[in-house]
Design a protein around this ligand. Sequence first.
Ligand SMILES: [Zn+2]
Length: 179
Amino acid sequence: MKKTFLFIKIKSLIIISPEKSLLKKAKDALLLIKNVDSKEYIKIFSRLNIVFITNKNGFSNEFFMPEKIWFVNKSVIKNNDLKWLASLIIHEAFHATQFKNGKYVLPFGEKLERPAIDLQEKFLKRIKDLSSKKQLESEFKRKYWKEIEDDELSYSYFRNLLRLFETKKLKLMKIKTGL
Ligand SMILES: [Zn+2]
């Protein structure tokens, strides 16, 4: 049987998830952004259309333009704390501003990442999450790029999910209450 994904809508943003608990966590991360930085919160909705939490373990994630869909494997949501998650959403949403005509305006790498990391860092500073702030630099330097390079399977998986979603071949169920 095909997996049924659950979803909620917050303003214009759709969050899709294989599990209710992850849906709640993503929603709570958005609430945290709202409470900490209302200006940044508002921007999320023009930058991101869909947060798609996959049913796959692992730490890969990828942002698609012009669809404005952020695919994120479920371990990222499950294993990170709320503050980190909120800062990551801000980071990923920012990448939407770095596109022009469907292409990144900067070459992939440090130049592209730096402004997104700076914004993420600003948020972590604001919530005084110093341990995450320290973690950020090393994570992106060491692990992040390595993991991305090592995880080609996830990238074809994301593309396949995107195709299924766009051709309405995924089973989606809206959650109205209880989150
Ligand atoms: Zn990034």
